[in-house]
Design a protein around this ligand. Structure first.
Ligand SMILES: Cc1cc2nc3c(=O)[nH]c(=O)nc-3n(C[C@H](O)[C@H](O)[C@H](O)COP(=O)(O)OP(=O)(O)OC[C@H]3O[C@@H](n4cnc5c(N)ncnc54)[C@H](O)[C@@H]3O)c2cc1C
Length: 434
């Protein structure tokens, strides 16, 4: 009988073969995942760079004019279905500014470019072309439904002011810094509202540090230069004080070790507590954290004057003291812009609130026939003037405008059906029209 030849290679033990197939499955899955992710990423980048053709302006559609490119207006623009409307954006800034990170630019931990997004980038991704105009709206005429705007930038063409009509106006111009006409604020304090404010503060802040590090500086002068006074115990002032403190803790010790222990931050607030619009729990937390961080909080203290090298304070016991400091940052609240005040003055019966524009629950400006919607910091509502509120209002209004467009479309279809019913003469036409 022929003998069966022995196998050339013995089969791997069963355990080894299981591992091998398991590793093969893992390898293939990883490969497929990587390939799909790379494809998805490539498609995303391609789509971002080449968003495709947009619908042109359509004269049969209503025109929505959006004032501002801040939280409220940008949120509206992002959510709005532009197939339904022609949209025009007018703002003195052709970008959206992420305000919560402004203090980080001010202390130099973030680059200014990383907290802005060009408005044209957003509009380029909309279904219909959106006209973006870098200009400041100077007048709104709620009766004739027009907006006049002016190019206030450094370089102008031969036309720098014009007027356009709107069907709906989205009014999101925000607010400006309230100085209460206190002497020296505009001249000597830094604001914290615009990108240019943060850049200015960064320059001055670094200048204070470098001047304090200058050889031979008296200890009194070093103390003055390293004393930072933040005025306003609202969210902006609190955030800024915290950001300053973190910068001093994290970076200053490394770059200016000789100055690190000498910096002082004082937060001045006229009311009895910081963050008065927030809960008691949050107020206590903020106060105790600031105490631990050695940030002095002076409540019930009013600024009387800001000088080049000091700030004059009226203390709770009414005594007046002059405190030397290197930098004063003013974050003491908002007031309505001139254009807002002018617009409200045109509707004196309906617009009496000194805090801002009165709107109904659909954000329609009181006193107008529903053609002006106001949102964000320029309004007076029961909500705190925050980015969250402004962004939510913007998205909500975009959805409302979508519903309004649907209703308009249905109405015009109904009207044309009624018209064809009236015009129908033959029994066949009458049957179709009904
Ligand atoms: C430093 C800082 C930190 C903040 N941190 C937070 C935070 O952490 N969380 C939070 O919820 N909120 C925060 N806020 C508040 C928040 O930024 C505001 O509530 C929010 O910006 C309001 O949005 P808005 O769209 O009404 O106004 P804005 O965002 O101020 O936008 C107004 C827009 O209108 C434009 N504009 C001005 N004048 C005209 C004109 N005449 N015509 C046309 N356009 C005009 C402006 O250029 C701007 O684009 C912070 C604010 C600051 C300053």
């Amino acid at each position: 009988m022929d003998q069966i030849p022995p196998p050339i290679r013995s089969l791997p033990p069963p355990n080894q073969s299981k591992w091998r197939s398991f590793l093969q499955i893992v390898g293939r899955t990883t490969l497929i995942t990587v390939a799909l992710s790379a494809g998805g990423f490539y498609y995303y980048i391609y789509h971002e760079r080449q968003p495709g053709a947009q619908l042109p302006f359509d004269s049969s559609k209503k025109t929505v004019v959006v004032l501002g490119s801040g939280w409220a207006s940008t949120s509206l623009l992002t959510t709005l279905d532009t197939t339904e409307y022609n949209v025009v954006v007018i703002s003195p800034k052709n970008f959206f500014l992420f305000t919560p990170l402004l203090p980080s630019v001010a202390v130099g931990t973030l680059n200014a470019r990383s907290i802005i997004q060009p408005t044209r980038y957003i509009t380029r991704h909309k279904a219909r072309q959106v006209s973006v105009i870098e200009a400041e709206a100077t007048e709104v005429d709620p009766v004739n439904k027009t907006v006049t705007f002016t190019d206030n930038s450094e370089i102008k063409g031969n036309v720098s002011s014009t007027t356009i009509s709107y069907d709906y106006l989205v009014y999101g111009v925000g607010a400006e810094v309230q100085t209460f006409n206190i002497p020296g604020v505009k001249e000597h304090a830094c604001f914290m509202k615009e990108l240019s404010d943060a850049e200015r503060m960064q320059r001055q802040f670094m200048d204070c540090l470098e001047s304090a590090a200058f050889p031979g500086q008296s200890s009194q002068e070093v103390d003055r230069l390293l004393h930072m006074v933040v005025v306003g115990g609202g969210p902006t002032g609190v955030e800024l004080s915290g950001e300053l403190h973190d910068f001093l803790e994290d970076d200053l010790k490394m770059w200016y070790p000789e100055l690190a222990g000498k910096i002082r931050i004082t937060l001045v607030e006229a009311l009895p507590s910081v963050l008065p619009m927030f809960s008691k729990q949050l107020i206590n937390y903020t106060e105790s954290t600031f105490k631990e961080s050695k940030i002095d909080i002076l409540t019930k203290t009013m600024v009387k004057e800001v000088k080049e090298k000091s700030v004059v304070l009226q203390m709770p016991d009414k005594s007046v003291v002059e405190v030397p400091c290197g930098l004063v940052v003013w974050a003491a609240g908002n007031k309505g812009r001139k254009i807002t005040q002018d617009l409200m003055a045109k509707l004196p019966e309906a617009q009496k609130n000194r805090r801002g524009i009165t709107v109904d629950e659909y954000l329609r400006m009181a006193g107008t026939s529903g053609s002006i919607f106001a949102l964000g910091d320029c309004t007076a509502t029961s909500y705190a003037p925050t980015a969250q509120v402004a962004a939510q209002q913007g998205a909500y209004l975009a959805r409302c405008l979508h519903q309004m467009a649907k209703k308009d479309n249905l109405n015009s279809q109904l009207a044309s059906l009624e018209l064809s019913a009236v015009e129908a003469t033959t029994p066949e036409e009458k049957k179709q029209a009904s």
